[in-house]
Design a protein around this ligand. Structure first.
Ligand code: SF4
Length: 389
């Protein structure tokens, strides 16, 4: 049983992040945001696979001005990703964006930070601070001063340590500490402006680094955490890397929203995100497929059968478990917690529910018969809220 770290819930339009809200799965578009049709098209594809929050890069004013047209055509909340320019943030807020990913420390002028924070506060939209191992500010810069004035007390230790650390190479903080202290410094800037609609991420490619950074930060702040392993890689390697990093943290109760970053179709990011949550019983999204790996006892080509059934199951949005097993003797027993399953034998198969045989079908009916049973399966008392915590 996972006990989630308590965090302050914030709203990203109609999606709650943190508190006891379900852990959300988000993604980022890979289109040029200025190309509205392409961006909308990609977001619609992401909505279809269950993406709950989408982020778009806003590198210039044209991209910022495309936000309203994009938002009109999509259903899910949209976050604008801005790196340095306060005017882009103001334009996106004016255009109705649901949240910002912005590091206030990157906007050097305190007055400009104030303007952005004031506008975000008026519209009650959150700001995610995105600390990334590859773009940390120099150690010395953080300790100089909080741009906005007072740094709240719990940040002082970290900031002082950094200021001291900047004095000599030997005292240099570890990468993890530098990430955490950078995050604390950024949070301090927002808090000093009386802004608390904050989310934070501490992403690194190296899984132990990211896990340690999130663990440390989780104990220091009340804000929700956006989990991610940055630049994780191609679909297969990146999904595994992300599953280990994000999964480790989630299992410890840390994390309120996740993004799997993959060099691949963004829909794969969402699918992988839900697979991670499903693996930990934290969310349920569509059917969970249980498939045996096949072995010398298999009487049929289980791998082909499982892949064929998987394609059919992608169209079913029921929080149920379906099993595809390669032999009648062991199959039903090995998958007895599946709501419905097929144990295929030579020329015939047993369809079972919770390990109990319900019918026997011939080879040509394997897929159709299983899908018929899937359609009949009732979701029952599997209430999503019970799977959230
Ligand atoms: Fe082997 Fe049968 Fe188990 Fe599949 S279900 S792995 S075929 S023993």
């Amino acid at each position: 049983m996972i006990t989630r770290r308590p965090s302050k819930p914030i709203r990203v339009r109609d999606v709650t992040v943190g508190g006891d809200a379900p852990i959300t799965v988000q993604s980022m578009t890979k289109t040029d945001t200025r190309d509205v049709p392409a961006t909308v098209d990609q977001i619609k594809g992401l909505e279809e696979v269950g993406c709950e929050i989408i982020r778009v890069a806003v590198p210039d004013m044209e991209a910022a001005q495309a936000i309203p047209a994009i938002m009109k055509q999509i259903r899910i909340p949209l976050i604008a990703d801005i790196h340095f320019h306060y005017l882009l943030a103001l334009e996106c807020i004016k255009g109705g964006v649901d949240g910002l990913r912005l590091n206030p420390g990157n906007i050097r002028d305190p007055e400009k930070v104030k303007m952005v924070v004031k506008a975000a506060k008026e519209r009650e939209i959150p700001i995610r601070i995105g600390v990334n191992f590859g773009s940390l500010p120099p150690v010395g810069r953080i300790g100089i001063s909080s741009q906005a004035g007072t740094v709240v007390s719990r940040l002082e230790d970290g900031v002082n340590k950094l200021a001291k650390a900047g004095e000599g190479e030997a005292d240099k903080p570890s990468l993890v500490d530098h990430m955490v202290n950078t995050g604390l410094w950024e949070i301090g800037i927002l808090e000093a402006l009386d802004f608390d609609l904050i989310k934070i991420s501490l992403k690194a490619f190296d899984v132990p680094t990211a896990v340690e950074a999130y663990r440390k930060m989780a104990d220091l702040i009340p804000y929700p955490l956006h989990l991610g392993i940055t630049e994780a890689g191609t679909v297969k390697a990146g999904s595994i890397r992300s599953a280990i990093g994000i999964g480790t943290l989630l299992y410890e109760g840390i994390g309120d929203t996740i993004r799997v970053s993959l060099s691949g179709d963004s829909r794969e990011e969402v699918t992988a995100g839900f697979e991670i949550l499903k693996s930990l019983n934290l969310r349920q999204q569509g059917v969970t497929l249980v498939a045996c790996p096949s072995c010398g006892r298999a009487d049929v080509d289980v791998i082909r059968l499982a892949n064929e059934i998987d394609q059919h199951l992608k169209k079913i949005n029921k929080p149920i478990k379906v099993a595809v097993m390669g032999c009648e003797v062991n199959g039903p027993g090995e998958a007895k917690d599946a709501d419905v399953g097929i144990a295929a034998g030579n020329g015939r198969a047993v369809i079972f529910r919770k390990g109990k045989k319900v019918r026997v079908v011939q080879t040509e009916d394997f897929v159709a018969a299983l899908m018929e049973e899937v359609e009949k399966t009732e979701v029952g008392a599997k209430v999503e809220s019970a799977l959230r915590r």
